[in-house]
Design a protein around this ligand. Structure first.
Ligand code: SF4
Length: 400
């Protein structure tokens, strides 16, 4: 997967926000009309480029029916409606990873999510199963912020200082398989936003310090929730020697946070929360812990996408919810709960631009190819990387 480095912030911002527009619908356009197609996988045959929504839906349904139980489609909560309608299972990355490890019958696991999720599914699935990512360009900009060489270099610097032994490497699910392997090999673990607090407690029970990557916000919010003082959480800047700190400061730190973030969740602000409260005094504000600390603190509650979904679904009729997470999920929750008022904190329609790359034309293509006996876009994690990544993922699945 291509990496995107900090030296290109302008380009990264443009790519992240290529699909952000106010007052546009999230309905599917033909592939060739999508502004982001320039950056997506191009070797999909031209016949798929101009297919419109209804035709794609018919063809995906037909291919799915032809494959039957041989293929299972997993869909992340942030997928667009034209994809999620075909998902046999939908959920957050924790739930989908768990399911991928449990689906022993399907020959093909078609993962409608992003690259790191499909990698984790491959690591956890059985040797006879093939994991397929419909568009190989569906990555995650946050995962790209933890370049494996940079993280290994950070670990080597901690080793040189004699600090690695007392440091538990913890990677958020949103990272490459090679970083999950680094954690597995050094006693560490993977976490998701569903179990981050339990994972930090598990880590502190064994070592006094945690190296948390790539999302500084999830790490900080979770550390804060567990009572770790803010001045004991440092941000490691991979561009600077020792991450920009002195050996003494690193030795005193409880959590070393990688300098990464999610461009979708960075859009939410305390001002948006104040505006929601001014408009609806009874509103409950619920946000994802990838948001900044001040946003999480100003909200009424925070948690994973599964948590957000369940909280609103189980709330009384007539309640009002302002939600700080990806727009496809917020719109779906609003549709599923017509007896409540549910809206996104951010007035600008901005889906996760990398999740959005799973256009129905790609799903149609990979399924029709499977029907024809050809496997496209198989994602594999090999050898020692797979072995150690599985160690870290298995630890994740046991810590709740
Ligand atoms: S919402 Fe953020 S963290 Fe999740 S896949 Fe998109 S860019 Fe990555």
């Amino acid at each position: 997967m291509a990496t995107m480095r900090f030296i290109e912030p302008e380009l990264k911002w443009q790519i992240d926000n290529i699909a952000c527009q106010t007052a546009v619908s999230l309905e599917t356009e033909p592939l060739s009309s999508e502004p982001g197609f320039l950056l997506w996988q191009k070797d999909i045959p031209k016949e798929y480029w101009s297919l419109r929504g209804p035709e794609l839906i018919d063809r995906v349904q037909a291919a799915k029916a032809a494959l039957g139980k041989r293929a299972i489609i997993l869909g992340h909560h942030y997928q667009r409606e034209d994809i999620i309608q075909f998902a046999d299972l939908k959920g957050d990355s924790f739930k989908l990873a768990k399911w991928a490890g449990e689906q022993r019958d399907a020959e093909y696991i078609v993962f409608c999510g992003v690259h790191f999720m499909a990698e984790a599914a491959d690591v956890l699935s059985q040797p006879h199963q093939k994991v397929i990512l419909p568009n190989m360009a569906a990555g995650c900009t946050m995962a790209d912020m933890a370049d494996p060489d940079d993280v290994r270099d950070c670990w080597a610097q901690l080793e040189a200082l004699g600090l690695a032994e007392g440091t538990m490497p913890v990677t958020y699910m949103n990272s490459t398989a090679s970083l999950k392997a680094l954690c597995g090999e050094h006693g560490g673990i993977v976490c998701t936003s569903s179990n981050a607090a339990a994972v930090l407690q598990w880590s502190f029970a064994q070592r006094p310090r945690v190296l948390f990557f790539p999302d500084q916000h999830l790490g900080r919010n979770t550390g804060h929730k567990l009572g770790v003082p803010l001045d004991e959480m440092l941000v490691w800047d991979p561009e600077l020697p020792l991450g920009g700190h002195t050996p003494a400061a690193l030795a005193a730190a409880k959590i070393i946070l990688w300098r990464g973030w999610c461009s979708v969740h960075m859009r939410f602000s305390v001002e948006q929360i104040a505006a929601a409260r001014a408009k609806y005094p009874e509103v409950q504000v619920i946000v994802h812990p990838e948001c900044k600390l001040e946003v999480v603190q100003a909200a009424d509650s925070n948690g994973s996408t599964e948590f957000i979904h369940a909280a609103i679904t189980n709330a009384p009729a007539g309640s009002v919810w302002a939600v700080g997470t990806e727009i496809n999920l917020v719109s779906r929750i609003a549709r599923e709960n017509p007896d409540k008022t549910v809206f996104c904190l951010d007035p600008v329609v901005c889906p996760c631009s990398t999740m959005y790359r799973i256009h129905p034309a790609y799903l149609c293509w990979v399924l029709e190819e499977l029907v024809a006996g050809r496997v496209r876009n198989q994602l594999t994690v090999e050898g020692e990387t797979a072995r150690w990544a599985k160690v870290a993922l298995d630890r994740m699945l046991t810590v709740h």
